[in-house]
Design a binder for this molecule. Sequence first.
Ligand code: ARG
Length: 514
Amino acid sequence: MVDNPAEEEVSSVSPLNTAGANGARRNIGPPTRVPQSAANPTRTANTRNPRPIRVPPASAGVPAAGNRPPVPRPGGPPRNPGPVRGTPRPGVRPPHVHYKPAKVSLLRRLCVPITTVVLVLASLVVIGILIKVVMDNYYYFCIKSFKFIPLDKWCDGQADCAGNEDELRCVQRVDFSNTTIVRLSDSGSILQILTSSRTWSYICSDGFNAASAKAACAEIGYSSKPTFSSVSAASLNGQFSNVQITDSEIQVVPISGTCASGSVISLSCIDCGSNHKKERIIGGQETSIENSPWQVSLQYMGQHSCGGSILTPRFILSAAHCFQKGQQQVDRWRVESGHSRLTYTFASQVDKIFIPTSYILDQKPNDIAILKLKSDLSFSAGVEPICLPGFDSNLQPGASLTVTGWGHTVEGGGAVASTLQEVIISLIPNAVCNQEYFGQITENMMCAGQLSGGKDTCQGDSGGPLVSLGPNSRIQQNGVVSWGDGCGRKNKVGVYTKVVPYLQWVTSIMKVEL
Ligand code: ARG
């Protein structure tokens, strides 16, 4: 090859071979010129010892030449590529031939591979999305055992993956263990602690300090800075005790008679239920989140599914029936807070979901749930906790209650409300409610609405808070939206899970999970 001038000639115009041909093998011109012309085929045509450009013979075996356009001949159309003929006559300048710049030619060469790569990548992305859609809707992938299982086997209570992997991040059932030894009364938020003889005792203000308050609040799952005050013990009957803190746990030291100071402790574990406000849900009206900053939206796979309420920066109260069969995968839930309009962007991730052991799927009793978030909510005007009622809270029939949510504004209405709705309803005695609901209303449920119909909660409001103004002028949550026959029908008022019977259940979970 090196000795074949024809081949050399061809090589010299091949952008890919120029350097080798000019610089290494041909001794034309000073070596310093070589690198310049190497990158520029047009320069090659003007070298000092020019020779006419020739097209390689088909059989010459020069790799890149076949891809080049035929070189134009002066004074006529380009000749068909043919065999290389003789050596050029010395002293005859070659026609001024311009080749397409190397860059264009390079681009052309790269065009096909680049397009192929782009197409392959695009197809991979599309295939990936399809696989994800299929996976999200039909399969769960067991990472450890590298196996697919049908989606309905995920969180079905039976291990289908190695190491129980498919059952690890699911809704958990928690018993009524009654582990909390602290409770607060409704009026005055008076602190009581369970003694070793299992009687509830008032706590004297004697020696009670910030550490005692912190320890008492931790017992019911609150870690915020508590506030406390002394109230007169004069009207109280029962056991009185002092407290002592051992290893940051609170312990009662019963005393005989009443407190030396004559006063007991009133405790507030969190600044909750601020009364900012002075009034579809069905028959309701739009409200803003600042009026109900404890209201949250529970979203399953990016869709509003239920309401909920903020108890602490970490814990949300809702309804057990929100976590139906097939919707028990904790990681698919998000909690959206702080927005009047339903949004899906800033949602908090969920760490754990608890429902009572006694809750039976698709049945009405014990319809309550606690969600533990992965990180603390930061409180603001639109994000605040609601107060839990005192253990002895007892609403009077006809009491005014407010309920909020993004649920349907018409029975069977296709979409949830885009802006938070609120409606004011009244407490209907269980006896009245049970006449219409054929005895399904248990002690742990309460009814609220308007017997004439038209004001009610509806699908999508479930889990949301039914609240009232408490005796301490703070808003407290009395019920959780649970069920009803249709929405807003005459004599078919909404049914709510009472919060009071579940206080121990709620606070013991918060305590353990604090
Ligand atoms: N179960 C419904 C939900 O999942 C709430 C129904 C309330 N019904 C009523 N009539 N108040 O959102």
